[in-house]
Design a protein around this ligand. Sequence first.
Ligand code: OAD
Ligand code: ZN
Length: 256
Amino acid sequence: MSLENDIQEAAELLRASRRTVVLTGAGISKESGVPTFRDALDGLWARYDPMQLATPEAFRRHPQLVWDFYEYRRSIMRPARPNSGHLALAALERALPEFCIITQNVDDLHEQAGSQQIIRLHGSINANKCFAACRGEPTSIDLHELQAAPDARPPACPHCGSLVRPAVVWFGEALPTDALRAAIAASAAADVMLIVGTSGVVQPAADLPIYAAQQGARLIEINPIRSELTPLVDRWLAGPSGVILPQIAAVLGIYA
Ligand code: OAD
Ligand code: ZN
């Protein structure tokens, strides 16, 4: 089967789908200049040890180091703009009946692209919260409203004096309950699940395609290389999402 045929078939599956779910990972933002985690040459975790930078223990031990790492990532994401893959997903949402994106990404490129139904499994890098969750989880903190010294890094929580941390999910932490529940329900109800740019190694996100498949969904994967999820899927479209997603949308006649 040629890629062209597979794209055609993926488009037909989407055309017939009443409930479509898209699971995205870092790969969809790569063409916007945001690095992935596990790509061998330029992934973040090829250069940095996640256990030293993305766990509550790491933050407790070296808050400054962890804060600086997130400031560095924010500086990369701030100028990033949605690529043709994000835009094609937003166009698909407008054209198809029920449609939602479940993302593991902490950037806001799906929102910027105009997608409406977005379930965030791993939080948002643009938001902050109290490390001690002093007013419940999450205790959101707006840094613009802080009176503290602007260069204090990381800043102190205005309620309890504990440290402020990025509102992302770290290794060893639970996912936001409501988001996870919504993601499981949407996956179990899906006719078609598109899996875009994820290595499929981080739980529980990587289980969502299994729930979808168990309930009869067809799975379509877009990724230039094989992932842990490739053996599960009905169609693997081998290529960058910024190229493949607009091609699918074009077959459906909703996007040039
Ligand atoms: P990974 O870095 O593990 O995987 C990125 C995937 O994107 C790989 O399978 C690549 O082959 C693929 N990819 C690369 N370029 C692509 C392109 N142009 N188009 C489509 N796919 C492309 O990222 P995630 O699977 O998102 O967790 O990682 C999952 C979680 O692990 C992240 O959310 C983060 C990380 O630790 C937390 O922060 C909690
Ligand atoms: Zn606090």
